[in-house]
Design a protein around this ligand. Sequence first.
Ligand code: MTE
Ligand code: HPA
Ligand code: MOS
Length: 766
Amino acid sequence: MSSSEEIKGGVHKTTSHDSARKHVNGAAIFIDDMPSFPDTQEAALLLSPYAHAKILEIDITQALASLGVSAVITAKGIPGKNDIAPVFSDEPVLASQIVEYAGQPIVAISADSYDNAFAAIKKVKVVYEELIPVLTIQEAWDKEQFTYEPAKVETGNAVEAIKAADFVLNGEVSCGGQDHFYLESQIALAIPEEDQAMLVYSSTQHPTEVQHGVSNVLGIPQNDVTVEVRRMGGGFGGKESQSTIIAAIAALLAEHCRTPVKVRLRRDVDMIATGKRHDFLFKYQVGFNEAGEIGGAIIDMAARSGNVADLSAGVLGRALCHADNAYFIPNALFRAWPCKTNTVSNTAFRGFGSPQGMLVIETIIEHIAHELKRPVEDIRSINWYGEKNRNVTPYGQTVTDNIMAQIVDRLEVEGHLHERRMAIEEYNRTHKTLKKGIALMPVKFGISFNAVPLNQAGALVHVYTDGSVHLNHGGTEMGQGLFTKVAQVVSSVFQIDIDHVKISSTRTDKVPNTGPTAASAGSDLNGMAAFNAAEEIKGRMKQVAASHFGVETDSIEFRQNRVYAGNESLKFSEVAELTWSSRISLSATGYYQTPDIHWDGKSMSGSPFYYYTYGASISEVVIDTLTGESRVLATDILQDVGSSLNPGIDLGQIEGAFVQGLGWLTSEELVWDQDGRLMTHGPSTYKIPGSRDVPPRFKVHILEDTPNTVPTIYRSKAVGEPPLMLALSVWLAIRDAVARTRDYKVFPKLNAPATPEAILMALDAM
Ligand code: MTE
Ligand code: HPA
Ligand code: MOS
């Protein structure tokens, strides 16, 4: 691969996000900004007020007669299957006989204006028979009420190993859920086309699944449904499966009225009716020796799955495969319990179960350090994955690319961990109410979907005769910079300026049968597919150029927007024109499948990840022991991203992910009332981090000179999710500050999120 130094926008260079300016000046077109078609109808939803109830009767007569109403749909009006579940078949679009959470859609209405649709909703009469809801994880767990068959990851004999251990600890900890709070709430616009065809604009990370959902509910083949998305105003996992129901409702209404229908959720409806990050209860038992070396661990993870399974099996699977984090646990029994509750179904959220899995193992590591009165660094380093016999994970994958210890050692030195610890001791001695704490968090994160079939991608590249390039692939843009990165790849292959590469909307009729843009694998998968498509066209252009110049194909070189044969050259556009006139195709598809991965879902073992990414962070916090408030004072991050495709974008991903994790762990709290109604459904009661919550000293460093050990696209590594888990350093630092109030005599009982109340309770318990 020749160097891309001379062209604008090749790989390994900071190139600004293609929409950066447009995001700021308003020129970026989101679905709600698209010019309206005549007769476009707006929709409103009737949501269940009860967490658990039988539906005895639905009367829509008055709603149908209401001003401006064009369609009123209930479960009965669904021509195809009333199911949009992504994995199992348990998720209705509209509830028919029973409602299982407060906020579940029952009726959808379209009208000539949003106000008219909203007014009509109030005229629907539903008779319910209330049932007793199950609202907590513990209650569902006690009743063994699950959304699917619980799974476990097991190696060796944890029970025996713990029995034989010198020391044994038991503990419990819990963490909260998290709303995605994307700026653009869920939205879809469905446009009926000729015959039964349906075109759907959907704010989705998974156009193919939206296509399948619409095809299923309308009872029409997949080739009658086209789904398009140019960009999302954020997804964060919340539009991996949750966008399907919105699109399905839009399509059902559009099919009914034969006019375009737009479904866009108000912020509070979005928060009430759509899924979030899973909250978890953990119970653990760990056996270890004098040195702190873990002999065996049993971890039970009970998660709030919600009313249906949705993606819980994948999320809990990832939690099980990250409860080891970077530590070798020879005897492990990790069990995940998908608790079925009468609350909205939880779903994908950046990290996909890994943040929760890591929270519990880091708690265990600190608990061991506390018990042995040893520095936590010692406990970490004795347990790192290592050489032979110490490099196999509980799920059976051999860790071959481990650089965890190097990263942590370097960050400890460069972040002055030991000096700052001493300074904090001094500070705490001289301050009565304010107490500081500091902690380090290592993160090892596996890249690839744990569902093997999802690890494939396609691309479509056209070169036109003026040398401009049209680029399309199955990945979606949600702000993470995927489209820019893939355009950089194509610009590098052809050695042309990135301005000549036109980024286009994701469409199921251009690149079919795609997986979701998720698992941080977007650029790995789509970058490689686009690379393959561009290489195919480049090969054909080379042959044309070679015959033009009368030289061997091998001696043709693409450089600086030109095509060279020794000293002679033509413009890239001239070779494109020549290729056309030679009657050779300038269009190609590209395809990629991640190699060397396998997974057995029954035994929950295999080698599911193509590689791991590594990172570490140190955070210093201060807490107010009277009010429970906390602040992050400083954060240092060292993150491995392989040979970065775009260091500027990667830096933004690391910072953004960290701050999003900080919100999950400190300020964002979901509260339901005693009847199971979400009370925190807007920014006044649900506190996402603001600009002043960003650490005032925030040093983010990308690890240099570490190309991926496996041949990913230009040896880069995924970046989207892993840095979210680095925010656990803040939560650990808060626990450190709490522990210091009693000179580490007691191991604090702190759960996440560490809100002021939680910190005060932890202090009280000391
Ligand atoms: N960054 C922005 N700005 N907006 C998003 O919605 N989603 C995250 C991450 N970064 C997200 C984001 C999540 S959950 C994932 S899985 C990855 O981006 C997906 O994109 P990638 O695979 O291209 O990194
Ligand atoms: N991450 C995100 N989405 C997914 C995954 C994953 O690992 N597996 C299946 N869907
Ligand atoms: Mo990200 S949670 O895998 O969409």
